[in-house]
Ligand binder design. Sequence first.
Ligand code: SAM
Length: 307
Amino acid sequence: MNFIYKLPPNERRLIFSKVLGFSYPETLKLEILIKNNLFEKSLFKNGLSLKTIYNKKRIEQIAKRRLAGKPLQYILKEIEFLNLRLKMKPGVFIPRMETEYMIECFLKDIKINRYRNLQILDICSGSGAIALSLAKHFGQLKHRENNELFNYKIFGFENSRKAINLSNRNKKLLNLDNVKFVKYNFPKALKKILDKRISRIIYQSDCIISNPPYIPDNFQAVDLIDKEVLNYEPHKALFAGPDGCDLAKSIIYQASLGKCKILYIECYESAVNILVDFAKKKVPVKFKTIQIVKDLAQKNRFLVCKK
Ligand SMILES: C[S@@+](CC[C@H](N)C(=O)[O-])C[C@H]1O[C@@H](n2cnc3c(N)ncnc32)[C@H](O)[C@@H]1O
């Protein structure tokens, strides 16, 4: 059992919490019990002997798979993301902390008293992490403020069937309304004519938020990516052309055209300047402001474009 100490403490505690049903703070006690070889004894004392054997095996199996390199989120099939617990599965991109931070900034920026009907579009919605956390936030806000006049609608565009199925499952489990996921392959070509239904959603959205694939295809960058990410996460969720900007440019271009007042888009650190230049010079309708925001690690992480 002690080999699980090769895992970082936060991962170990997540495993305890999931397998044994303890809250995350309670798992600290388990850490001490295991370290002192008291794990089985203490559970036995509580009349849980059979469960102990089963749990011990299960914890060991999980730890072994994790030590072999598989991301914990795919093993536990669950993640915590902002205000949500989401189901996760291999083949779908694992949402990141940087995106949580982008959502927090986005929410600080939105003043709902400016809107009666707020429509938000999440492009490249993956597991639904962004769209669902916004749906939860606005649902709670509407309820708390008892604001009958305020209505919101959230759309997610995503081209992976696996991801769409997972986001719909998450939506159902969380019992969230007013959010709709649409299977759509967002074009990389800038001037592509979009079909009516899609263009209506894009051009009628008040805000667009996106964490698209943004890693450059070239090998030098590939070498810099964590092997775990490369081996386990879907490559369609990661790579986006020679400079990593193919989809981001197209999203900025389309966002400039419609009603969208605020665009938040996550990007690769070294691509920020390319995108700022694009948003300034290559869009059909100019933005009033374009701002670069750093993540908590002080890396340039997302753009905020406003009209
Ligand atoms: C970096 S992941 C982000 C997922 C999610 N927004 C998040 O933050 O966890 C990018 C997502 O874009 C999807 N995707 C890639 N190319 C796309 C395209 N052309 N149109 C729509 N979705 C696309 C991928 O399947 C993946 O789920």
